[in-house]
Design a binder for this molecule. Structure first.
Ligand code: FE
Ligand code: FE
Ligand code: FE
Length: 166
């Protein structure tokens, strides 16, 4: 696609996020399955539900724009999810595995926070206030998820177990 205007770049960034959300929807069930900490399992499952709504929000933005956001692949998310899958395959004690899953998931959230931060700025610059509201809602969900994962990592993962030798 040709990028001549900020509007073109906005669309390009939205397509990247659309692909990212779809990839996350496909990956989160495995992450939830693999998590042993019940709090972490719940966080992954709840974020899966949220992610489906985030994709719906992007569909609404697409309708506002009269555009189709499908057809692109976010290569960065492909890589981040690959790292998550490699973590799943590692032989590790449960709490260490959980900490590794959190590390992978937080990378995903940070990528999304960067992406949604960008499209929020662009939506504002372009005067697209309806889009902005939808995108801000998702941005705050990503930030809350990152915070929640932080808390789980700090409070729920047993520090003693993290030091145990197998
Ligand atoms: Fe998301
Ligand atoms: Fe990307
Ligand atoms: Fe997310």
């Amino acid at each position: 696609m040709k990028l001549n205007t900020l509007h073109d770049l906005y669309l390009h960034q939205l397509k990247d996020l659309y692909s990212a959300e779809q990839q996350i929807i496909d990956a989160l069930p495995d992450m939830a399955e693999e998590a042993t900490n019940p709090e972490l399992k719940r966080a992954f499952n709840e974020h899966l539900e949220q992610t489906r709504q985030q994709k719906d929000r992007l569909d609404r933005v697409a309708r506002n724009l009269g555009e189709d956001l499908s057809g692109e692949t976010c290569q960065a998310m492909k890589g981040l999810i690959k790292e998550g899958k490699e973590m799943i395959k590692q032989r590790a004690t449960d709490p260490v595995k959980d900490a590794g899953l959190i590390a992978a998931a937080q990378r995903v959230e940070h990528y999304e926070i960067a992406g949604y931060g960008t499209v929020c700025t662009f939506a504002e610059m372009l005067g697209r206030h309806d889009d902005l509201e939808l995108l801000q809602e998702t941005l705050s969900e990503e930030k809350n998820t990152d915070e929640r994962l932080n808390k789980i990592a700090k409070q729920t993962v047993d520090p003693a177990a993290l030091h145990a030798t197998a």
